[in-house]
Design a protein around this ligand. Sequence first.
Ligand SMILES: CC(C)(COP(=O)(O)OP(=O)(O)OC[C@H]1O[C@@H](n2cnc3c(N)ncnc32)[C@H](O)[C@@H]1OP(=O)(O)O)[C@@H](O)C(=O)NCCC(=O)NCCSC(=O)c1cc(O)c2ccccc2c1O
Length: 280
Amino acid sequence: MTVAEWKTALEFEDITYKKSNGVARIAFNRPNVRNAFRPHTTSELIKAFYDAQEDTSIGVVLLSAEGPSTKDGIWSFCSGGDQKARGEKGYVGADGQHRLNILEVQRMIRFMPKVVIAVVPGWAVGGGHSLHVVCDMTLASKEHAIFKQTDADVTSFDAGYGSAYLAKMVGQKKAREIFFLGRNYSAQEAFEMGMVNAVVTHSELEDTAYEWAQEILQKSPTSIKMLKFAMNLTDDGMVGQQVFAGEATRLAYMTEEAKEGRNAFLEKRKPNFGKNNWLP
Ligand SMILES: CC(C)(COP(=O)(O)OP(=O)(O)OC[C@H]1O[C@@H](n2cnc3c(N)ncnc32)[C@H](O)[C@@H]1OP(=O)(O)O)[C@@H](O)C(=O)NCCC(=O)NCCSC(=O)c1cc(O)c2ccccc2c1O
């Protein structure tokens, strides 16, 4: 077992961001409000995810949470949009602008060419629930994780991945129950529904996530990336095809044909791609 040696990668206010041996760990850090996110949080998440995406030493990102609450000792992953940050036109930042950008965070997780694992130590609610749905895999605390959808209680609803993609994951009837009734589900129930990969004893949750990450890091990076994008493709329409196709183009750039095409243009001559290169 590789022991994690976390080092702070960038300093933030609402999140922590650390790296260890090929793994980045981005964690919500407002446990006293159940790790609700405000516009400031989403802008920090975007910066951290971008850094992890650009860092070629990083292959797996853990999206986790600090805790427990110093007020009552309760653990949470994320309770979604901060209801205290809601103005007349939606969530409002310190600059007075209305924005939340949580959907941009979702897209970064979805289209990042690396594996993102949700590590759920407690409440995963509303937009926090949707974030775990969009992650590639989810590990949940046996003792403390609770999954719940409150979007329809507060009129701030995820009609994208959080609901429609969830329905592909757990089935239409169950997804509708989750959103229409807003009940609490334990880690075990979430596992049985197919939206959690493993239920782990709380004290072993972070170590297990790190171990899973280390296992993934032994695999071929190109294979992992292409498989993630292949599995996304059918649900993501033309954008899914664009993301997958971008990687196909990258692979094509590495061929002799691509070198010949580029060189011919630069040397102002016709390209010669050879006669026997139409592979079966
Ligand atoms: C998460 C809970 C079920 C936990 O209940 P519990 O009883 O354990 O804790 P308390 O309710 O006492 O909370 C402790 C403390 O934290 C504060 N708090 C908790 N959640 C939030 C929150 N989301 N925003 C602000 N503050 C929060 C709470 O006020 C207490 O503070 P004190 O000062 O009193 O100590 C329960 O807390 C709960 O139900 N929370 C709200 C969950 C919720 O409705 N979240 C928002 C859903 S909508 C959403 O997230 C969302 C936003 C978007 O912008 C989207 C955009 C596009 C698509 C989708 C979006 C989306 O889904």
